[in-house]
Write a protein that binds this ligand. Sequence first.
Ligand code: 8YV
Length: 327
Amino acid sequence: MNTNTQKPKILVARAIFPEALAKLEETFEVRSNQADVIFTPEQLQKELAGVVGALVAGSERIDAAALANATDLKVVANISVGYNNFDIPAITAAGVMATNTPDVLTDTTADFGFALLMATARRMTESEHWVRAGHWDKWSIVNNPLGMDLHHSTVGIIGMGRIGQGIAKRALGFGMQVIYHNRSRLSDVDEKACGAKYVSKEELLRTADHVVLVLPYTPENHHTIGAKEIALMKPTATLINIARGGIVDDAALAKALQQKTIFAAGLDVFEGEPSVHPELLKCSNVVLAPHIASATEKTRRAMVDLAIENVVAALSGKKPPSLINSI
Ligand code: 8YV
């Protein structure tokens, strides 16, 4: 009698919620990393050997080298909507399905983008430091950290996907004008729903009071905002990056913030994160966050659950709900 009860092996490359891990362990033999120490590329290559599925995050680069010994791998599920950590041609060439976690994080991420915009324009973190440093007795009409208004200002959104549209809808509630730039123009219906006007990147940079970046990282989008683009912006403008490190030239931004050629910046993502450019750390007119736009418990749980759903579907011969490539 064949009593082959061996469970298929999967890798979970970052710590996940214990309930989600327990759910996976009902069906799979799980190699987990609850200690959450990020694998080196060599470790990742070893960990991927012999597993049929893998749940990973932006910290894991999945390319030909990572897949070199992953001969059993059928699916790699990113716990993230952005997937610039995936080399899709290499994953596809290896016959592996790639998935991500769209939709479940759209509103949470748009909320955060708006929060970062407000904190930046109204100098929230500087103000808090001011209070903690005991400067409140210096309160005066003219000597407070004076900010920039959001209401009735113009927000320029670069990257008008689901999250960009979420930010536009929030901006409408503040009576803001919404202009946007995107690879392709939205349909009339979507433009109306967002109250958004399509403009060139140059026009957006010249006219927006607040520029919000929500575009995916691709090699073509590298340094979409550099010294030349920052020079087009108003000296009173703010720049918000919730997209990806590398979309902004952080060194050029730090220089502009120090020289006050723009008013302030709010950053959730950085070139080479978790490192932050040392010159940015010296600027008081920047609000810094550690890549937390999707970080509410409800949403992170939903992202993990969707990644699991993708793995389970792929390994049971079904189409994963958020398949990126075609195999
Ligand atoms: C993730 C994100 O937390 O979904 C994305 O694209 O940037 C975040 O929600 C991060 O990428 C970790 O995987």
